[in-house]
Design a protein around this ligand. Structure first.
Ligand code: ADP
Length: 220
């Protein structure tokens, strides 16, 4: 039952965000039920998705008929209509879906979604905007922020961090960041140990404060 629960995910709204999300879930071998109000996206996705249904998701009765009361997870990916998004979340709450993820397109939208009972609110435009802003102005090649001023970044190994084992280079003492992964040129990522010797062209995965990883990246 656990696996069946895990694999059943409903994605509501097959716009740009919802369709990419559904596509990624399928690539991860989850069973996806997709719902959209319009015929065009339903037709477009009918080959790729196991089940695509044309329906108005704001109607609790319709969702019940589609079996949503028994599903473990739902994602409301409707973006531009705040009303449709909120009403859909309400219907899912009424049906008792245990994990409701909802997409917000503004801060107020996000607040409303939380207050009507969405368990997870995602704000892709804001999150991506913030992340890309960090990438553009720094030398980080990738960046994830976890809150409480903690982040992980991918950076090219700075010259001061090559040619000797990390145990001697001591990045934590010198720069306040910990190197957790290293990819030597033409190799795969490996866990970093004290014995790891980064060379020029190595990629490092570092963790620490946002400022810390940014300053470390600036050395590269
Ligand atoms: P994106 O920015 O990801 O393209 P949109 O808001 O443009 O997102 O698209 C959201 C999708 O949600 C559209 O395909 C739209 O038809 C669908 N949608 C909107 N309202 C409902 C509803 N009440 N029930 C089901 N699908 C809906």
């Amino acid at each position: 039952a656990r696996d069946a629960e895990r694999s059943g995910i409903v994605v509501i709204g097959l716009g740009r965000f919802g369709s990419h999300l559904a596509d990624s879930l399928i690539r991860q071998h989850h069973q996806v039920l997709a719902i959209d109000r319009d015929a065009a996206p339903v037709q477009r996705w009918s080959d790729q998705l196991d089940r695509v249904v044309q329906a108005d998701a704001t109607q609790e009765g319709v969702l019940r008929q589609l079996g949503l009361a028994d599903m473990e997870r739902a994602v409301v990916a409707i973006g531009d209509s705040v009303e449709a998004s909120v009403l859909t979340v309400l219907a899912l709450v009424e049906l008792g879906v245990p994990q409701i993820w909802a997409r917000a397109t503004s801060n107020k939208h996000a607040k409303i979604l939380s207050s009507v009972g969405a368990h997870h609110v995602i704000f892709p435009e804001q999150e991506t905007g913030e992340r890309v802003a960090h990438l553009i102005v720094s030398k980080m090649l990738d960046f994830v922020e976890f809150g409480d001023d903690f982040a992980i970044a991918k950076v090219l190994a700075p010259p001061s961090m090559t040619g000797r084992p990390l145990g001697e280079l001591r990045p934590a003492d010198r720069y306040g960041v910990r190197v957790v992964g290293v990819k030597l040129p033409n190799e795969r990522y490996r866990y970093a140990t004290d014995a790891t010797v980064p060379v020029a062209g190595s990629m490092l995965i570092v963790e620490g404060s946002i400022d810390g990883v940014q300053r470390f990246a600036a050395l590269s």
